[in-house]
Design a protein around this ligand. Structure first.
Ligand code: AMP
Length: 370
């Protein structure tokens, strides 16, 4: 029997949420959709809380609440209707998370969400663990940007501390860039300047952590971005076995330090000298983990469901080589050709409107023969 105490504590003794129970998901995008599909395979229902109607997750879940993230009455009704709450989107107001956490188990908890919401908090968290990031300086105006540029030099990357994604909320400052134009383009008073990392490749790693503290890491994947948006994720990556172990240990140590229950994705740069630097993290399934859907015994979405529902973690081992290609905007119009391609596994998100830069789906292409 689930006691009130169990419901309120993220680290309470494990209680499994199994078939017939309901997982609440905050956010209604494609990550929620693929989580709900994975939950359904285990007989678990999903109730989505999203401000937008007819989103990708709503189309495949058993219940939906359409309301703003700060609608406390709607949040309360949602908390009462589900057995555990998780997030496919981490930028949720603190008060809303607190409101939920008073009523139902919330996984991951506020610490992980709070750390991921702000680049300065996030970089401080990693640096305090002794994990390197690109050099960085907080910036709150033009004067402090000038001082930060003196310290870090050019090129450098200026990023808003909050709500940046897919390269949005960023400006690259080269020798030619006018500092004021770059600062004004961000439209913020809270930013961070990062030294430019001359990386040989970008990789990411996803770790799952269960209610009992057990962890399971997926293999690191090598990522290529175009216009700030993930383009491809490839496994195996170019990392040496030692670098792969380092990447996995960074993600695992971070998940443990956050006392996180769920998934933690960590994006990393590999420098020309072979050093591994953290770029950023996300406490949820990640676009760079979509290859796991067709290449691992248990994929990131099922692993996420298992972790937040207090079920045993599954086997994340990869059984084939894979390249994931994101379908951005009009790329998804080629779906008939992709469907006809032998071996290709097509995943479309059910978005009614295609826009440039919008993630419409992805295709997993096996790269090995068997
Ligand atoms: P982000 O939104 O921080 O993940 O940045 C999007 C992409 O911009 C990254 O995946 C990199 O390709 C590039 N980028 C971000 N920060 C840096 C940096 N400090 N040095 C070099 N490239 C970067």
């Amino acid at each position: 029997m689930i006691t009130a105490q169990d419901r309120l504590s993220e680290t309470s003794p494990p209680f499994p949420i199994g078939p017939g129970r309901t997982l609440g998901i905050i956010g209604g995008g494609q990550l929620g959709r693929m989580t709900a599909l994975a939950a359904a395979r285990l007989g678990i229902r999903c109730h989505i809380f999203t401000p937008d109607s007819d989103g990708p997750a709503e189309q495949v879940c058993s219940a939906v609440t359409i309301a703003p993230y700060d609608d406390f009455a709607a949040l309360e009704a949602f908390a009462n209707a589900v057995d555990v709450v998780t997030f496919e989107f981490e930028n949720i107001p603190a008060a809303s998370v607190a409101h939920l956490a008073e009523r139902v188990a919330v996984r991951p908890g506020w610490r992980a969400l709070d750390t991921a919401q702000d680049r300065i908090t996030e970089k401080t968290f990693f640096n305090d663990l002794g994990i390197a990031t690109a050099p960085w300086v907080p910036v709150d105006g033009l004067d402090s940007l000038d001082a930060a540029l003196m310290k870090l030099g050019r090129p450098a990357i200026l990023k808003t501390t909050r709500l940046g994604y897919d390269g949005k909320g960023q400006a690259r400052l080269t020798a030619e860039t006018d500092t004021k134009t770059a600062w004004d383009s961000l439209k913020t008073d809270a930013a961070v300047l990062e030294g430019f990392v001359d990386f040989t490749c970008e990789v990411s790693v996803i770790v799952a952590r269960g209610v009992d503290g057990a962890t399971a890491c997926f293999e690191p994947t090598e990522n290529v971005h175009r216009d700030g948006i993930l383009h491809t994720s490839t496994v195996p990556s170019a990392l040496t076995p030692n670098q792969a172990k380092t990447a996995q240990s960074i993600a695992t140590r971070a998940a443990e330090a956050l006392d996180l229950v769920g998934l933690l994705a960590v994006e990393l740069f590999v420098t020309r000298t072979g050093e591994i630097l953290v770029n950023e993290m996300a406490p949820r399934p990640h676009n760079s983990g979509h290859w796991t859907m067709d290449a691992c015994h248990v994929d990131q979405f099922e692993q996420f469901v298992r972790a937040v529902c207090g079920l045993p973690l599954g086997d994340p081992t990869r059984f084939r080589s894979m390249r994931m290609l994101n379908l951005i905007g009009a790329d998804a119009d080629s779906w008939p050709r992709l469907l006809a391609q032998p071996g290709a596994k097509l995943h479309l998100y059910g978005k009614s409107e295609s826009r440039p830069g919008r993630k419409m789906g992805h295709v997993n292409m096996p790269t090995d023969q068997f």
